[in-house]
Design a protein around this ligand. Sequence first.
Ligand code: PMP
Length: 354
Amino acid sequence: MSRFWSPLVHDLVPYVPGEQPKLVNLVKLNTNEHPWGPSPRVIEAIQAEVSANLRLYPDPNADALKNKLADYHGVTAEQVFVGNGSDEVLAHIFYGLFQHGKPVLFPDITYSFYPVYSGLYGIEARLIPLDEQFAVRPEDYSGDCGGIIFPNPNAPTGRLMPLADIETIAANNPDVPVVVDEAYVDFGGESAIQLVDRYPNLLVTQTLSKSRSLAGLRVGFAIGHADLIEALERVKNSFNSYPLDRLAIVGAVAAYEDETYFREATDYVIRERERVTAALQTLGFEVLPSVANFVLARHPGIAGADIAAGLRERSIIVRHFNKPRIENHLRITIGSTEQNDALLGALPEIVGYW
Ligand code: PMP
């Protein structure tokens, strides 16, 4: 703390991102990255751009990417907003779309950046409890509020909400933006993008960090009614006149030109998720049904923190949250076959055979 700080900064509680350890040879199953690299086409496109064009400023509208995403998702380019990872897209949503002075609603167990953005922009956060099975109850999302946001599938539970429930929330709250954060939707979910033309208040965000193996490139986007997108453009352009750098634009475009790789990469994670889930259950874990590239699991006999510590001693890192209701759970990213085998090989020593 310093007397030079603005009062706005005093009370800020920043987000603590998942650990990115510097040590090599760790089995890193803590931040939901894809175990494969991106499509070779992405690498080629980025290398070509490095050789030819780094001298030049990027396109301030990132039109090539907006057009690509619009074609891919069956919307117009005016319905697409792009940013540096969906975290940035979400920040602009909190600032530019949620009505300040009213609470924003989101689940009590959800992506921990939402309360951080609420704090940053001075918006009251109203946390809505999940039911006993960790599911979102759509009827709980109504009343006087400034906006609604939830991931689908939810994080860190991995639970999927049916599109009909999303429609219920959008229809019950026509006067505020309803935001569906689909960071993990490609691992078996169904996108709400198909609903945006029916609900002018519905906005869907996605990221290239998970299913497209591009967490390091920092590209995310939002799709919704052009009026919502315009607000986000205004906010973003007030911070930075270039939405994405040249490498991010060409790399992201190329990622959407290799559908075969995308399908193989997501199918692989889904197959491994089912295998890991079954093996964890055999070891006595309770595993929530996940539609994401991670599972949330707890062992009835052993504290989550102890299992995480035991794994760490064996150079395996998973995510443990110190939050009510999930303090004994672990969020385990689905890694490569070898990484998952390492996890499953280490656990019996830690939890014993049940
Ligand atoms: N939403 C959710 C639910 C997430 O878990 C994450 C990843 N931490 C993000 C958004 C942000 O992803 P990125 O900024 O890499 O696009």
